[in-house]
Design a protein around this ligand. Structure first.
Ligand code: PHE
Length: 339
């Protein structure tokens, strides 16, 4: 039995020496140390030994097991290291190769102008609010006091998703969402995309951008509206800029106005940009209609406020002298990089 153990040990050791891979080593482990392995079989025969022999052989058997285990462990380390070296050799990096250039983007002109507009209003204490582009008819029209037969509700002007859901045609529904959520004082601007069923040409796009403004508090008057927008125009277009309020109509404001600024190109003299008039229309505005306040749970006897909405695409085009709105949405880097 002692010889048998010695033989197993020698065979195992030489097999381990010849092993080249982890699989080889695993096979050896199973063959000699596994449940049906050779060493195990020998140990099973120990019950036939005499009482004197058993502890002696037992001791040798344990030593043999330990030695084989140690040799296996060492061999595993060596194989692992070899495999790693081979992998490292295969994966060598040629550090002299030129790197891949990472292309930097460029701020879109719409984003640049919007950032400026945001900075100006944040400087006056406004917060930024957002609303969904997919809106309900209720928020986009009904709650904004739009009469049921208002032409803008028409299928030919508005993208309807269902009878009650549409792509918002203006950012004004954010007024409703804000007033329903928040108690006055409210002072927000809300920039975002809007959609109207327009044929695409140099001045129209079915997708465009507006920036909405809303201020609600006790004692807000038309003077606050004029002062705020006049200061805004001076900051965006230059300190010499003047504003002009022309009477207009919106269902959700009363009184309502369209606001012009003096042409920043000719400073009011008359040129191509302002089509000779010296003035450029940039936004709609007015005092929030009492019906709208009531709909949002705000008492018009206690609170008043103003709202305005401007076309971001239009302001951007005017500011940079861009003549075709389509350029803003084609994402041609040769165009975008000019700003
Ligand atoms: N929502 C209006 C439009 O799209 C603009 C506007 C906003 C007018 C707020 C008055 C007050 O034309």
């Amino acid at each position: 039995m002692k010889d048998q153990l010695e033989k197993i040990k020698n065979l195992a050791e030489s097999a381990i020496q010849d092993a080249k891979s982890m699989q080889d080593l695993e096979q050896i482990r199973v063959k000699y140390l596994g449940k049906k392995g050779e060493l195990t079989l020998v140990l099973r025969g120990m019950k036939d030994l005499s009482n004197e022999e058993r502890p002696l052989i037992g001791k040798i058997a344990n030593e043999v097991r330990e030695e084989i285990e140690n040799s296996l462990q060492n061999a595993i380390e060596v194989v692992k290291q070899n495999e790693k070296n081979i992998r490292l050799q295969k994966e060598t990096i040629d550090v002299t190769m030129p790197g891949r250039k990472c292309k930097l983007g460029h701020k879109h002109p719409l984003t640049k102008v919007l950032d400026e507009i945001k900075d100006i209003f944040i400087g006056m204490g406004f917060k930024i609010a957002e609303g969904p582009e997919v809106e309900t008819v209720y928020h986009n029209f009904d709650a904004l006091n739009a009469p049921k037969n208002h032409p803008s509700r028409d299928m030919s002007d508005t993208f309807y998703i269902t009878e009650d859901i549409l792509l918002r045609t203006q950012t004004s529904p954010v007024q409703i969402r804000t007033m329903k959520k928040q108690t006055p004082p409210i002072k927000i601007i809300s920039p975002g995309r809007c959609f109207r069923f327009d044929e695409l040409d140099a001045t129209h796009s079915p997708m465009f951008h507006q920036v909405e403004g809303l201020v609600i508090d006790r004692g807000i008057t038309m003077a606050d509206l004029k002062g705020t927008l006049d200061l805004f125009a001076k900051q965006l277009f230059g300190s010499e800029t003047k504003t002009k309020f022309r009477p207009h109509h919106f269902p959700f404001t009363e009184p309502s106005a369209e606001v012009d600024v003096t042409c920043f190109k000719c400073e009011g003299e008359g040129c191509k940009v302002c089509k000779g008039s010296g003035w450029i229309e940039i936004l709609g505005a007015g005092m929030v209609h009492p019906n709208v306040l009531k709909e949002c749970g705000i008492d018009p006897e206690e609170y008043s406020g103003f709202a305005f909405g401007m076309g971001l695409d239009r302001v951007t085009m005017l500011k940079y002298g861009i003549e075709d709105i389509r350029l803003l949405f084609e994402n041609d880097m040769r165009f975008i990089e000019q700003f």
